[in-house]
Design a protein around this ligand. Structure first.
Ligand code: 13P
Length: 341
């Protein structure tokens, strides 16, 4: 494959393909494994992820790339094959999460700043050698309007960090996924999500320009415009699609390599239905696909539950969600296809 940044970015959002976000930190994957009663060890994490990467057809048809965690990009499968090689053999591109997590922002209770810039140049060189051709950095913007969260300082500091990260990635020949996640956890309405996301994306692209990041060689990983979970309201896919696209038209340059959404706590089917509705009202200036963690993995995780005997069933569950999201990336998904499986 071409090593030009814009070609890698284009391959990441190739028609009907999307990203598998399998880059849960050790803390996060432990939480997921607790739910299915599996002890989180280096081997169980390896076995679980190997199960998905070896779902050959689903990977080859629907998955353009996999976001890995530091441990996983260095791990070998049970038979000794590096996991990176298993991913590459399916045609998918290995990627790597490079931020070191969101920490409390000093002086701004409730806001966080994502860390990981120190030593990043050297780490990126190392990850390139290990096979990574794209990276991810997640900024976290929570919403609690009564408490003044997010502050302008938080939005600005996170956008600045994303821009510094993106510039370092491009210097290393790696496509940066820039992820400014406006959380859906709060009690806010959909209009508030729209306004905060607008402020966040506006600041993000100002900073990316200032850092001389080549937009064609970047992928945006945004939230959809949704009402907060604690608001008790669910917006229809049509409303989510209309507001999300309106937001992007106002804030996201057409030049970028593409858009790959996070699922952010939506149910599996909601994440699929919303992506489908977004693509159904196209054409749009950008490709819009998925980069789902939970919405691709919840079903296979449950089916697997840590047992080797369940691997085939878990792979089938993974293949189904990947297939549904493939259709949604094309705007061709229908709810009755969920039942058909
Ligand atoms: P979710 O799809 O579970 O939100 O995870 C995607 C991701 O990579 C968040 O950084």
């Amino acid at each position: 494959m071409s090593e030009r940044l814009e070609d890698i970015a284009a391959a990441m959002v190739a028609d009907g393909k999307g990203l598998l976000a399998a880059d849960e930190s050790s803390g996060t994957i432990k939480k997921r494994f607790d739910v299915i009663g599996v002890e989180s060890t280096a081997d169980s994490r390896r076995d679980y992820r190997e199960m998905m990467f070896r779902a050959k057809e689903a990977m080859a048809r629907y998955i353009s790339g996999v976001i890995l965690y530091d441990e996983t990009i260095r791990q070998k499968a049970a038979d000794g094959t590096p996991l990176v090689d298993i991913i590459k053999a399916t045609g998918a591109i290995p990627g790597i999460k490079v931020d070191t997590g969101a920490k409390p922002l000093a002086g701004f209770p409730g806001d966080t700043i994502t860390e990981g810039l120190d030593g990043l140049r050297e780490r990126l060189t190392d990850y390139y050698k290990l096979g990574a051709r794209f990276a991810k950095w997640r900024a976290v913007i929570d919403i609690d309007v009564a408490k003044g969260v997010p502050s302008a300082t938080s939005i600005g500091s996170n956008a600045h960090a994303l821009a510094r990260y993106a510039a370092l990635c491009q210097e290393a020949g790696i496509v940066p996924i820039v992820e400014p996640e406006v959380l859906m956890d709060g009690a806010h309405d959909i209009g508030t999500c729209y306004e905060i996301s607008k402020a966040t994306l506006t600041k993000l692209y100002t900073e990316l320009y200032a850092a001389r990041v080549v937009l064609e060689g970047t992928i945006l990983k945004p939230n959809m415009v949704l009402a907060g979970k604690k608001s008790g309201k669910t917006s229809s896919p049509e409303e989510v699609a209309e507001k999300t696209i309106r937001l992007f038209r106002e804030t996201v340059p057409a030049a970028i390599g593409g858009i790959a959404f996070l699922s952010g706590g939506q149910s599996d089917e909601e994440a699929t239905a919303n992506l489908n509705a977004i693509n159904a009202i196209g054409p749009h200036p950008w490709k819009l696909t998925f980069s789902y963690g939970r919405a691709l993995q919840a079903a296979p995780q449950k089916a697997w539950s840590g047992k080797a005997a369940n691997v085939a069933a878990a792979q089938a569950a993974f293949a189904h969600r990947a297939h549904m999201n493939h259709l949604a990336a094309l705007g061709k998904w229908q709810p009755d296809l969920e039942q058909a499986a």
